[in-house]
Design a protein around this ligand. Structure first.
Ligand code: FAD
Ligand code: MLT
Ligand code: ZN
Length: 486
């Protein structure tokens, strides 16, 4: 069964013909920017989890905003459907075609445009890889206000299009706040540009917000202007073992109170996620005294190492004394900082160790956060389909981890195969559970194809109507990323 079999191709879209490809070759004037070879197309047709696979026969890699404008104007006139694609690391099947949509990859639109070392404002093309942007900023004493495990592949534009949250949202806030302006091409080829916006601008609707988190449904982001903070010079990472979810919450409250302005990340992982990560990394866990039900990664970053060390030591001493923390380790150098982070950042890869993963990326009130993982485990166990080391069972395990500081849980049901049987156990149960706690069915990955039918669990009818009206206004032919959430 393919995911495409769950939707119908919209027959009002034109099917690609040789004349169309010839037109695009004329616009791009570069044969490397036009991909039609079946083997080369596979990367663009398939998602990171290898769950969704489209059947596009054409990928275009424009190098300029003007080329994108010409391509979109043509597609709009001819009713050729398109999918914008960044680094293709999205986790909801939003970046891949479902049928024969043309993939417009931003990977060749990848220049830093300018950087102002006084204000910290970076302007860059949307196809700049996140890590490249951050390395450039590091050379100038600044940091990108977003960090996530996919930084080596995802694009700045892709993170804006999904409104990615990541590992340091707790410190730097959401892209809705740090992005100052955008350049984007509308479906009819119009180029919208607010890249020169300054920090404060109260002249009417804040139009850029429409594109942040739009997931490629109303236009293609081609340029981003973003406010970047000074790069901290002192980093500390502590990795702690605790024996209950109750303790995770208490340590979080203490960390906010005692570490206050130097706290830059507070991540939690359950013991099951660490078992899979140890298998994936083929390493012994850094906490050697045994397996614990929960682990916490705390990062501090600031301008004075001695000051930060002292604060962290006092905080950890207090937490130990109160009996909240069972064991822990503090990184002694940069290598250990990276290595401790890898026990958190490698979980997405470890989650696919059996072959596949069902990901639920949810916002919940903190008190209820881990309850969803417990309930999911009960459901799966009742269905008799889980076995960590039992190859005959389709589910490896259901694990939980995430950005506690943001009330964002990742429930991952790690599987040996994708099947309707597993899905029937999980859906709509997971969405109903989230709704009953007044949570959100997507905290940071978006809706894409995976959650297209579930938006109603988090948005009211009026909100959905308004979303559709905006979509129809800017994309009346519906050519932008069809079959997805709107
Ligand atoms: P893609 O996957 O290519 O695209 C994502 C969506 O945006 C698609 O709908 C696409 O059509 C659209 N799009 C892409 N570029 C453009 C553009 N220029 N204009 C218009 N639309 C566009 N997310 C988090 O929020 N927090 C995390 O901590 C996090 N960690 C991750 C770790 C790993 C290992 C992986 C694989 C993913 C992770 N993600 C995380 C998922 C996250 O959504 C992506 O990594 C990132 O935001 C998507 O960037 P991308 O360039 O790969 O976009
Ligand atoms: C993460 O926090 O690791 C990401 O959102 C990716 C994921 O959940 O797989
Ligand atoms: Zn995440």
């Amino acid at each position: 069964e393919t995911y495409a079999s769950r939707v119908q191709r919209n027959e009002s879209f034109k099917k690609l013909e040789e004349d169309d490809v010839a037109f695009f070759r004329g616009v791009l004037q570069d044969d490397h920017g036009v991909i039609t070879d079946a083997d080369d197309l596979l990367f663009y047709n398939e998602d990171w989890m290898r769950k969704y696979r489209g059947q596009s026969s054409l990928v275009l890699k424009p190098k300029t905003t003007e080329q994108i404008s010409k391509i979109l104007a043509y597609c709009n006139e001819k009713k050729l459907a398109v999918v914008p694609q960044g680094g293709n690391t999205g986790l909801v099947g939003g970046s891949n075609p479902v049928f024969d949509e043309i993939v417009i990859s931003l990977s060749s639109l990848n220049k830093i445009r300018s950087f102002d070392p006084v204000s910290g404002i970076l302007k860059c093309d949307s196809g700049v890889i996140l890590e490249t942007a951050d390395q450039f900023l590091a050379e100038n004493g600044y940091i990108f206000p977003l960090d996530l495990g996919a930084k080596g592949s995802c694009h700045v534009g892709g993170t804006v299009a999904t409104n990615a949250g990541g590992l340091r949202l707790l410190r730097y806030g959401s892209l809705h706040g740090s992005v100052l302006g955008l350049e984007a091409v509308l479906p009819d080829g119009t180029i919208y540009n607010s890249l020169d916006s300054l920090r404060k601008d109260n002249t009417g609707y804040d139009l850029k917000q429409l594109f942040i988190g739009s997931e490629g449904t109303i236009g293609i982001i081609t340029g981003v202007s973003i406010l970047c903070p000074s790069r901290p010079v002192a980093f500390n990472v502590a990795f702690l073992a605790v024996s209950s979810y109750e303790a995770v919450q208490k340590v979080f409250v203490g960390a906010r109170r005692e570490l206050s302005e130097i706290l830059s990340a507070f991540e939690f992982m359950d013991g099951k996620s660490q078992v899979l990560t140890a298998r994936h990394l083929k390493l012994d866990h850094p906490i050697e005294s045994g397996e614990y039900p929960f682990y916490i990664l705390i990062e501090t970053s600031g301008s004075n190492k001695e000051h930060d060390d002292e604060k962290l030591e006092t905080f950890l001493g207090n937490a130990m004394e109160e009996g909240l923390v069972d064991d822990g380790i503090i990184a002694q150098d940069d290598t250990q900082v990276k290595s401790l982070w890898s026990w958190r950042e490698s979980i997405p890869e470890a989650s696919t160790i059996g072959g596949g993963v069902y990901k639920y990326d949810v916002s919940l009130p903190l008190a209820d956060l881990y309850g969803l993982v417990e309930e999911a485990n009960v459901k799966l166990a009742k269905a008799g389909i889980v076995g960590l080391d039992d190859e005959s069972k389709p589910v490896v395990d259901a694990i939980g981890y995430g950005h506690v500081g943001d009330g964002n849980l990742h429930l991952n049901v790690c599987v040996r195969e994708y099947s309707k049987e597993i899905e029937a156990v999980l859906e709509p149960f997971v969405y109903e559970w989230i709704q009953s706690k007044k949570g959100s069915i997507s905290a940071e990955h978006g809706l894409g194809f995976q959650k297209k039918n579930y938006i109603g669990y988090s948005k009211s009818d009026i909100e959905i109507k308004m979303i559709k009206e905006i979509k129809n206004h800017y994309d009346p032919n519906g050519i932008m990323n069809p079959y997805k959430y709107v």
